[in-house]
Design a protein around this ligand. Structure first.
Ligand SMILES: NCc1[nH]cc(CCC(=O)O)c1CC(=O)O
Length: 322
């Protein structure tokens, strides 16, 4: 039997998407690993994913798992690369056989941010006029904002961060909702008009954290990457991912979370909303952070029993028909 472990002297190959954000994130991981493993060489392999190629279809309609990850995973399974650096929120909660989530790094601010175009600069979500056009491709952002601000108008937006910002500046939208973390990593946090509070919009599972995927039980690679693991982010993201895994039917769905840690306790808030924002089911759970995944599973079952299951089934049926 051949071992999947990397021979000690070989260059460690990091798979990355080619987008500017993905490359900034992968370069950061590479630099962190180089700083801690002076005897090792690392190189980045740039790969395109289906999500990078299909840019004219709303994300919710493409709806397949692993839209931004599959090509990076196939490369590891072929042994062309040794790990894949992902925005953790793009990594499905169930991974292909033979792969694992090997490391979660320290999270940036996971909140969503409002970026307002020049026409309405100086406003907030509360003060934007009725009918102002908000660009988002996320059903989670759409449902929660519709719930709180039913008079705003929403329009799908695709493409990488720079493309989206250009569309905003060209006047196609009055404002965008984007992840604060992505803007910060690209040194564009000056474009943030308002950080959206958790009371209005719970963020996506894993938002703001990087996840490094590797071959299952590849101990050489695990030893290399786990030195940059961040335990608090890991515990929070394990709870968030368990919540999503237990609830999810498959496609992109309006599910949001928020987590915090106080000493040994982990607090998880989760929500499921209907697409029109009319129904929104939300609750919190707290417990030992060592039981992070159990907390996520329990909260998911609790919300499912209180109507979240019906909402998710309706959404899946709608997406199948369109
Ligand atoms: N779905 C695309 C994506 N994946 C990760 C980020 C931002 C960075 C992060 O959440 O870690 C974004 C852009 C966005 O949601 O605005």
């Amino acid at each position: 039997m051949t071992s999947s472990a990397t021979p000690f002297n070989s260059t460690v190959r990091l798979g990355s998407r080619k987008s500017q954000l993905a490359m900034v994130q992968s370069e950061w991981v590479k630099a962190e690993l180089e700083a801690r493993h002076g005897d090792r060489a690392f190189e980045i392999h740039e790969l395109s994913t289906k999500g990078d190629k299909i840019l004219d279809v709303p994300l919710a309609k493409i709806g397949d798992k692993g839209l931004f990850t599959k090509e990076l995973e196939d490369a590891m399974l072929r042994n062309d690369t040794d790990m894949a650096v992902h925005s953790l929120k793009d990594l499905p909660t169930n991974l292909p056989e033979g792969l694992m989530l090997g490391c979660v790094t320290e999270r940036e601010n996971p909140a969503d941010a409002l970026v307002i175009g020049s026409k309405y600069s100086g406003n907030t979500l509360e003060t934007l006029p009725d009918g102002a056009v908000i660009g988002t491709s996320s059903l989670r952002r759409l449902a929660q904002l519709r719930h709180h601000f039913p008079k705003l108008a929403f329009k799908d937006v695709r493409g990488n961060l720079n493309t989206r910002l250009k569309k905003l500046d060209d006047g196609e939208y009055d404002a965008l909702i984007l992840a604060s973390a992505g803007l910060t990593r690209l040194e564009m946090s000056d474009r943030i008009s308002q950080e959206i509070p958790a009371e209005i919009s719970l963020h996506a599972v894993g938002q703001g954290a990087l996840g490094i995927e590797c071959r299952l039980d590849d101990t050489v690679i695990l030893d290399i990457i786990q030195v940059i693991q961040h335990q608090e982010t890991l515990d929070r993201c394990l709870a968030e991912r368990a919540f999503l895994r237990t609830l999810e039917g498959g496609c992109q769905v309006p599910i949001g979370v928020n987590t915090s840690i106080e000493g040994d306790r982990l607090i998880l808030t989760g929500m499921v909303a209907s697409l029109d924002g009319q129904r929104l089911i939300r609750d919190s759970i707290a417990g030992d952070r060592k039981e992070a995944e159990q907390l996520g599973n329990t909260l998911a079952e609790d919300l499912r029993g209180r109507g979240a299951g019906d909402i998710l089934a309706e959404i899946l049926a709608q997406v199948d028909r369109s």
